[in-house]
Design a protein around this ligand. Structure first.
Ligand SMILES: [Zn+2]
Ligand SMILES: [Zn+2]
Length: 365
């Protein structure tokens, strides 16, 4: 006969352990101590198999938080208890292999229209350093672009029409490529790395955490929302490009200042796509309608697990091409062949992994 005893709670006091003779303590090397906690409460689900021969109990204990073995208090039973399986603690978003939204990750998507900051230390309030970062970045980008346009005018010997046409064509092509870039960036940070990854850690945690709390972005003011992207697409990147291109190739600087600015702004475009029309600024609704920024319905397609498509968030123009061509699955397969690392979308959907490994790359072929 099989008995199920659920939600068996033990109180644990760090300095008042009462040794339980009938309780076989688990291997302490498997267990991490939560040093900051004086008192811990552990919830156990205990499944008891009553074996006829020796009345021995077998218990499966699922642990919901870190366990300090030396603080177990004697449970109210005199029967032998054997711990034969300990499931590791829920991982932190900073840990290797952590996947937001994966069952047992410890983070679940809040029900209803709630906001939830999932990354420790992150705040919805705008801080002065964020305003400074964003302000200085856009000022320097604009200055470099203006100097480059001036160089272009000099090269064109003051021909204003030619300079304008070249500038408009460069900006338009940069807008399209920035959409492609936003898709590749979004795919890479959604699927690889974690909060501890150098340089990109905060961005990775923010993007992956966004799947667990998609409404949170709508509560962020502009600088709070975009400042993280000022690190990879900020002043050092543009200054280096301008230096390498020199004044003889001003269109390179124009292209990349627009590109980097749009990558930073992509988070604001992304935010608008999560906001109801009535709460979105009217100019944003207008440029969204023109197709210059990502619309609500195409981005909503991304927000279904395993988050395997519709990654582009500047205009969304490149989404169809990338998804129907199987571009991202090919990349994932290639990365897997090189280093054996699986994408998070594979971890969330084993069927997707199977299909990709079988060479079926296109989404909904
Ligand atoms: Zn995503
Ligand atoms: Zn989103």
């Amino acid at each position: 006969m099989k008995l199920c005893i659920a939600a068996f709670s033990f109180s644990l006091l760090s300095n008042s352990f009462q040794t339980c003779t009938s309780f076989t303590t688990p291997d302490t090397s498997l267990i991490s101590r939560t040093s900051s906690s004086e008192r811990l409460t552990i919830n156990y689900n205990i499944e008891v198999n009553n074996l006829e021969s020796n009345n021995k109990l077998r218990n499966r204990i699922y642990k919901s938080t870190s366990l300090n073995v030396a603080t177990l208090r004697n449970p109210s039973t005199t029967q032998d208890v054997v711990i034969d399986d300990i499931v590791p603690s829920p991982k932190s978003y900073l840990d290797e292999g952590f996947v937001f939204g994966l069952e047992g990750s410890g983070l679940s998507r809040p029900k209803g229209k709630k906001t939830n900051v999932v990354v420790e230390g992150d705040q919805l309030e705008t801080r002065p350093y964020q305003v400074a970062m964003v302000g200085v970045t856009f000022f320097v980008h604009a200055t470099i672009a203006l100097f480059a346009l001036n160089d272009l005018s000099v090269i064109n010997q003051g021909n204003l029409l030619l300079t304008t046409l070249q500038a408009v064509a460069t900006i338009a092509s940069s807008w399209v490529i920035a959409d492609l870039g936003s898709g590749i960036l979004h795919w890479s940070v959604d699927n690889y790395g974690n909060g501890r990854t150098p340089v990109m850690g905060n961005i990775i945690a923010a993007f992956q955490g966004h799947h667990s709390a998609p409404r949170t972005i709508t509560e962020r003011a502009f600088c709070n929302n975009v400042h993280k992207l000022c690190i990879p697409f900020g002043i050092p990147t543009i200054a280096l490009i301008r230096l390498l291109a020199g004044s003889s190739h001003p269109l390179v600087a124009v292209f990349f200042t627009v590109f980097c600015s749009l990558e930073i702004l992509s988070q604001e475009f992304h935010k608008w796509s999560h906001m109801p029309k009535a709460k979105t600024p009217s100019f944003a609704n207008k440029i969204m309608k023109l197709g210059l920024t990502i619309d609500r319905s195409p981005h909503a397609l991304h927000h279904t697990a395993p988050y395997e498509g519709n990654y582009c968030i500047v205009s969304g123009l490149c989404n169809k091409l990338l998804d129907s061509s199987g571009f991202f699955r090919k990349m994932e397969h290639m990365i897997y062949k090189i280093n054996g690392i699986e994408s998070n979308s594979w971890k969330l959907d084993p069927v997707l992994k199977e299909k990709t490994l079988g060479g079926v790359y296109k989404l909904n072929p």
